[in-house]
Design a protein around this ligand. Structure first.
Ligand SMILES: Nc1nc2c(ncn2[C@@H]2O[C@H](COP(=O)(O)OP(=O)(O)OP(=O)(O)O)[C@@H](O)[C@H]2O)c(=O)[nH]1
Ligand SMILES: [Mg+2]
Length: 298
């Protein structure tokens, strides 16, 4: 393709926790680059999802949800989200259209300010009736920074390709910044850690200690194509170890099994996954450990 015809740009994907940001980025990319769960604060770091549409390479920046942070991990997550706007060619604000009150979304809009235009994306329209959508759109009219509004379901895919097409032709002319077949900037070791964390979130639900994170300790590729991955599930207190292990280790076994299947699905070859639990006191208040967990960049 003629380089002069190419386009490439960054699209920041912002919104409250649980709005469906990661589901949407995965839908754009057509693969699970970012983990998804029914719980808030699933995404803890900035993750790029890359896709090509005709002459355009679109670089979606998935972010942690924006909310009022209290703990240091939360503060760094919200900071990461707000910083994703810098240098973005378009900013999408994903809003869960099913919410009863939109006050929290209005607060996010106020926080984002008026200097950068925002594309409002009402998500989860599969869950509400169309009549309500018009009334919701009217509620957002008080914000002049909203340049356009889309209504989508990231889960069913409704409206997603229209939005992709719309974004693609609005990206600046530029050579592509990433190789054509690359889907994310996340190194495989971190991606695999995220896949295991997704299973922890899904299988432990409210029992999962907030502080838990996963670290890939070793990664060995074998000649027959299979891979051996050893990961630590890091918890803050000894008492939390038992929650992760479950009775006779049944829970960690189930987590490991599901995570392995997910990894194999995406990697396309057999995975031997070994999980163990490690206790590290109060890691969330220690910047060097936050950095190790990929939450602080520098
Ligand atoms: N019905 C329906 N559910 C959706 C839709 N989009 C996302 N979800 C669900 O909403 C939940 C949250 O989705 P995520 O993609 O993890 O949300 P997020 O905005 O990335 O959340 P954080 O990372 O915590 O900020 C999951 O259970 C998704 O399956 C949608 O269009 N329709
Ligand atoms: Mg997310």
């Amino acid at each position: 393709m003629n380089d002069a015809a190419k386009r490439c740009g960054f699209i920041a994907v912002l919104g409250q926790p649980n709005a469906g940001k990661s589901t949407l980025v995965n839908a754009f990319v057509g693969s699970k680059v970012s983990i998804v769960s029914p719980k808030v604060q699933t995404t803890r770091r900035r993750i790029l999802g890359l896709t090509i549409h005709e002459q355009t390479q679109l670089i979606f920046v998935d972010t942690p949800g924006i909310f009022t942070p209290k703990r240091s991990l939360e503060k760094s997550m919200v900071k990461t989200a707000l910083e994703a706007r810098q240098g973005a060619d378009k900013v999408l604000l994903i809003v869960d259209a099913r919410q009863k009150s939109f006050e929290a979304s209005f607060a996010v809009l106020k926080q984002l300010g008026e200097h950068q235009s925002i594309v409002l994306v009402l998500n989860k329209i599969d869950l509400i009736d169309r009549q309500r959508l018009l009334a919701i759109i009217q509620k957002f009219q008080a914000f002049p920074q909203i340049s356009d509004t889309f209504m989508i379901s990231a889960l069913t895919g409704e409206g997603v390709s229209d939005l992709l097409q719309w974004l693609a032709v609005r990206m600046p002319q530029s050579p592509w910044l990433y190789p054509e077949d690359q889907m994310t900037d996340l190194p495989l070791r971190l991606w695999a850690a995220e896949i295991t964390r997704e299973q922890l979130v899904l299988q432990l639900e409210h029992e999962l200690p907030y502080e838990t994170y996963v670290e890939t300790e070793t990664w060995e590729n074998f000649e027959n194509g299979s891979v051996k991955i050893q990961q630590a599930v890091v918890v803050a207190r000894l008492a939390q170890k038992g929650i992760i292990l479950g009775r006779q280790g049944q829970r960690i076994k189930a987590i490991s099994q599901r995570a392995r299947i997910e990894m194999e699905k995406h990697l396309g070859h057999p995975v031997h996954l070994f999980l163990f639990v490690k206790v590290t006191d109060d890691w969330m208040d220690k910047p060097h450990l936050l950095r190790e967990a990929g939450i602080l960049d520098s």
